[in-house]
Design a protein around this ligand. Structure first.
Ligand SMILES: *Cc1c(COP(=O)(O)O)cnc(C)c1O
Length: 413
């Protein structure tokens, strides 16, 4: 055994010795600083879309290939707007993934809507079959997440929703650059949301609702914006126009500084995509023969990965350690961003989903556990690593691949 093959956790030399943090997003370039500084002088608060907010929304709509984009303060608030625009109300149900970041589903629960949790396939995604298991007469909509950047099987899901007359809502927060069989995600459903928190395209905090429907666009303005912008942009003949002055009572605008960061990010979207896709391909080939971990990437014939992070499946049968031990060994080698995510997991038993009366006192309840074998199999074996995507990331990209290879070789059996 050479000294370099001894694991750092067992007294060997670390395979990666680069000071932390190993992942910062976005890359704060002089150009980005200049964009923020220019916006500081231009405007800190816009009442309508005549400034940077309109520019960001137009650029985002072009980026996705959707007719309309409306910005929000967060992905969460945009998902809540989708629920209200869809007209969901207590007594209705929505089918959501059990395996997702909780904000895919919590905005529905906020309003007392029943969330029915669907199982996952080998990419962590819902399918027409897992959705069908959850169908009841109360179900009026489906929300899905393209998990960790892999597009859901959209042909069958669009067909399923059409057959059962369900609204289709997409949570594209992991999937800014994803497509399914040549078509961008976010354009399959009635509405879609992209969080622009620290995702592949970021505004710091923020979210964008996209839709092809003129009416949904106007309602999105009512649920997130109000007054000047609504009066200017909502058709005076619409039955909801009388609400234009007040909106629906809440304000969920993105900040102008966030929008300025977003415009800069979208200007550089082709570079971000090229760089991240190159890294993805590098890892896919570098780990192709690795018996312990397998990149979770849908085949090219089905779609293009969304480039949020790279997901890896751990193969316990081929390893002498558990998934969590494997992650700890990688971290000990210096690859501190190798991660088994905690807040993205089976969310189906969270007390919020048992709370059907939004005004009920604080009685903790637990929703009944459901059989979700696909979720368990995915969540128990999942590991993620960053995709970086900025100048100077090469030593990290190489170093993480070295660490994964070194640890895998040591624990393979
Ligand atoms: C980040 C994220 C959200 C929430 O977006 P925020 O902008 O953080 O509110 C929702 N769904 C998924 C899948 C996410 O990753």
């Amino acid at each position: 055994m050479t000294t370099t093959s001894v694991l750092a956790a067992h007294g060997g030399t670390k395979a990666l010795d680069i000071p932390r943090p190993h992942y910062q997003w976005p890359a704060v370039t002089a150009e980005l600083e200049q964009a923020v500084r220019a916006q500081l002088h231009r405007s800190l608060s816009d009442r309508d879309a005549s400034g940077v907010i309109g520019e960001f929304e137009a650029a985002f709509a072009r980026f996705v290939g959707a007719p309309h984009a409306v910005s929000f303060a967060s992905g969460t608030s945009a998902i809540h707007a989708m629920s209200r625009i869809a007209g969901l109300r207590p007594g209705d149900a929505v089918i959501a993934p059990a395996y997702t970041f909780f904000a895919t589903a919590t905005p529905f629960a906020h309003d007392g809507i029943e969330v029915r949790f669907a199982d996952a396939d080998r990419y962590g995604n819902v399918t027409a079959a897992t959705l069908a298991e959850k169908l009841t007469p109360a179900v009026r909509a489906v929300i899905l997440t393209h998990m960790w950047g892999n597009p859901c099987p959209m042909d069958e899901i669009v067909q399923f929703c059409g057959t059962h007359n369900l609204l289709l809502l997409e949570d594209c927060s992991h999937a800014h650059f994803a497509s399914w069989r040549g078509r961008r995600v976010g354009t399959f459903g009635d509405m879609a949301v992209f969080s622009t928190n620290q995702k592949a395209i970021t505004t710091g905090e923020g979210g964008v609702l996209v839709t092809a429907d003129d009416r949904y666009r106007e309602l999105a303005l009512l649920f997130g914006h109000y007054n000047k912008r609504c009066q200017k942009e909502i058709h005076p003949g619409a039955e909801y126009y009388p609400y234009a002055f007040t909106g629906m009572g809440l304000k969920h605008r993105i900040t102008t500084l966030g929008a300025a960061i977003g415009v800069h990010q979208l200007d550089h979207a082709p570079d971000i995509e090229t760089r991240r896709r190159t890294i993805l391909t590098r890892y896919a080939s570098g780990l192709a023969d690795n018996p312990v971990i397998t990149p979770a990437i849908v085949p090219e014939t089905d779609g293009q990965h969304g480039l949020y992070v790279l997901g890896l499946r751990f193969n316990p049968a081929n390893a002498s350690v558990s998934r969590d031990e494997f992650v700890a060994l990688c971290q000990a080698e210096g690859a501190t961003e190798v991660d088994a995510p905690g807040s993205t997991r089976d969310i189906s038993t969270e007390p919020l989903f048992a709370r059907r009366d939004p005004f009920a006192p604080w009685v903790p309840r637990t929703p009944p556990a459901t059989e979700l074998p696909g979720v368990a199999a995915f969540a128990d074996t999942f590991i993620k690593i960053p995709l970086w995507g900025y100048a100077g990331d090469a030593p990290l990209v190489d170093g993480y691949l070295d660490v994964l290879t070194k640890v895998s070789t040591a624990v393979a059996r």
